[in-house]
Design a protein around this ligand. Structure first.
Ligand SMILES: NC(=O)c1ccc[n+]([C@@H]2O[C@H](COP(=O)([O-])OP(=O)(O)OC[C@H]3O[C@@H](n4cnc5c(N)ncnc54)[C@H](OP(=O)(O)O)[C@@H]3O)[C@@H](O)[C@H]2O)c1
Length: 395
C-alpha cells in the first residue's frame, strides 16, 4: 500500500517547494492506510507566509478528523497569517461525520490552499474550492513548472486514494492481488506445499497490507492445503479483518468448525461464496455446523465457475470496498484472466522452484501474441530482506 518511501517531517521553518510540500502531504496520507477505509487517505502540509514548514497531518481513522483539521489544529491566527496549505484531496464542502473542512479553513487568515485532486463526486467537485475563493483565499489544483515532476506527483496522488477513487467512479470493489513466487514465477509445489517462499520481512509487510484492505480473498484450495488463519499478525497493528472464501460447491463448509479460520475470526466476518445452484446442499451442511459463516450465493458463468464480477458486486452490496486476493494459484490466475485485479503486489524470492513440479499463478492466462501481453502500469519496486516486490496497476 505504502508505495513511496515515507518522508521524514522537516524541522519547523524548513523551506519547502510546492513539489516537496505535496510529496510530504502524500507521505502523510499513507499513515492512515490501515484505518480510514472506506474514506480516502488524505494528507495535509502547512507552510508559513515565507514557505517555511509549520505542520502536517493526516486523516487517521474512519469517522475521525480530516487531514486539514489535524494539520491546522493548535496553530494561532498569527502563525497562519498568509499561510499556504497543501492537501492531497480537495477540502470537503459538506458536513459528513465531521464538519466541512473548506468552511473551517475559510475562517482562517490563509493566503492559499493547493489541493492534489478535485473531489471525484461531480455534485461537490469544485465546491470546496469555491468556499475558499469566496472567503478571499486562493484555491487551486496542484501544478508544477516541471512537467515530469508534475506527472509523477499526480500519479502518486491518484495512487494514494486509488481504492476510494475506484469505488466512487465505478461503484465497484477495488481488488489488489498479492502473490509470493520464486524468480521463475512458481507459487506452490504440485503437492500443495508452499511455505515459505519469501522471507519474514516480506511476510510482515503482507500483514500490513492485509490491514489496508477490507477483506482477504482466497480460493478453496488454499484453505484445504494450508488451513490458514488469515488474520493480521503485525507488531504495530491490532485489527480484526474479514475473509472471503471462494468455494463454488461449498465442499469445505462441512469442515468449517474445525478450520483455523473459524476459530480466529468471528463467523460474521467470514464470507463463504458458493454457487446459487448449491443452495440446497449448502443449507443442509449449515444445519450441522456449530458456527456458520455468511453465505454469499453467486451466479455461475458458462464454464460453471462463480462469476467473479457478480461475486465482487455482492461483496460491494455487503459493504466491502476493497479486497486483497491472496491466492492460491488458480484463484489468482482467474482474477488476472478475468481482468478484475486493479493492483498487483508480486513478491519474488531469490529461489528457483522449476516448472516441472510446481504451480504458476497464471495457469489460465493465455497470451498468443506479444502485443496482447499484460502490462503492469506505474511499476514500483521495493525490497524486503532478500526478496523484492513489484507493485503496479492492472486497470
Ligand atoms: N505463493 C503464494 O502467494 C500462495 C498464496 C496462497 C496459496 N498458495 C498455495 O496455492 C496452492 C493452492 O492453490 P490452488 O490453485 O490449488 O487453490 P486456490 O486458488 O486456493 O483455490 C482454487 C479453487 O478455488 C475454487 N475457485 C476459485 N475461483 C473460483 C471460481 N471463480 N468459481 C468457483 N470456484 C472457484 C475452485 O474450487 P473447485 O475445485 O471447487 O472448482 C478452485 O479449484 C496451495 O499450495 C497454497 O499453499 C500460494
Amino acid at each position: 500500500m505504502e508505495l513511496i518511501k515515507p518522508l521524514s517531517i522537516p524541522a519547523t521553518g524548513t523551506k519547502l517547494s510546492p513539489e516537496q510540500a505535496m510529496k510530504l502531504a502524500i507521505s502523510e496520507a499513507y499513515k492512515g492506510a490501515t484505518r480510514v477505509s472506506p474514506n480516502p487517505l488524505v494528507g495535509a502540509v502547512v507552510l508559513d507566509a515565507n514557505g517555511g514548514f509549520i505542520s502536517c497531518g493526516h486523516h487517521e481513522f474512519y469517522g475521525g478528523p480530516h487531514a486539514e483539521v489535524n494539520a491546522l489544529k493548535n496553530l494561532s491566527s498569527e502563525t497562519l497569517k498568509g499561510a499556504h496549505v497543501f492537501v492531497t484531496l480537495e477540502p470537503c464542502a459538506h458536513e459528513g461525520k465531521t464538519p466541512s473542512c473548506a468552511k473551517m479553513m475559510a475562517k482562517l487568515p490563509l493566503k492559499k490552499v493547493t489541493f492534489g485532486l478535485i473531489d471525484p463526486n461531480p455534485l461537490v467537485a469544485g465546491q470546496g474550492a469555491d468556499i475558499l475563493k469566496n472567503a478571499g483565499i486562493e484555491a487551486e489544483v496542484f501544478s508544477s513548472q516541471n512537467a515530469e515532476e508534475e506527472k509523477e506527483i499526480k500519479t502518486q496522488l491518484e495512487e494514494v486514494c486509488e481504492a476510494f477513487l475506484w469505488n466512487f467512479r465505478k461503484k465497484k470493489v477495488f481488488v489488489a492481488l498479492k502473490m509470493a513466487s520464486s524468480i521463475d514465477g512458481q507459487v506452490a509445489l504440485k503437492s500443495g506445499e508452499s511455505q515459505w517462499i519469501t522471507g519474514p520481512q516480506s511476510r510482515e509487510y503482507v500483514h500490513y497490507l492485509r490491514a489496508c484492505y477490507d477483506a482477504i480473498v482466497v480460493g478453496k484450495g488454499t484453505i484445504d492445503f494450508d488451513n490458514p488463519s488469515l488474520n493480521i499478525r503485525h507488531p504495530e497493528i491490532k485489527k480484526d479483518n474479514k475473509v472471503v472464501v471462494i468455494d463454488g460447491e461449498g465442499e469445505l463448509l462441512y469442515r468449517f468448525d474445525e478450520l483455523k479460520l473459524s476459530q480466529v475470526h468471528a463467523a460474521e466476518n467470514i464470507f463463504w461464496c458458493v454457487a446459487e445452484e448449491a443452495k440446497e446442499r449448502v443449507d443442509k451442511t449449515l444445519s450441522k455446523l456449530k458456527k456458520t459463516p455468511q453465505i454469499v450465493y453467486v451466479k455461475t458463468n458458462v464454464g460453471g465457475d462463480l462469476d467473479l464480477e457478480a461475486l465482487l458486486a455482492q461483496l460491494y452490496a455487503k459493504g466491502l470496498r476493497s479486497v486483497m486476493v491472496e491466492g492460491g494459484a488458480m484463484t489468482a490466475s482467474m482474477f488476472i484472466s478475468s481482468g478484475l485485479a486493479n493492483r498487483l503486489y508480486m513478491f519474488q524470492a531469490p529461489i528457483i522452484m522449476g516448472s516441472g513440479g510446481a504451480r504458476s499463478w497464471t495457469e489460465t492466462v493465455r497470451i498468443s501474441e506479444m502485443k496482447n501481453k499484460i502490462h503492469i502500469k506505474n511499476p514500483r519496486y521495493l525490497t524486503f530482506g532478500n526478496d523484492f516486490m513489484i507493485t503496479g496497476t492492472l486497470s
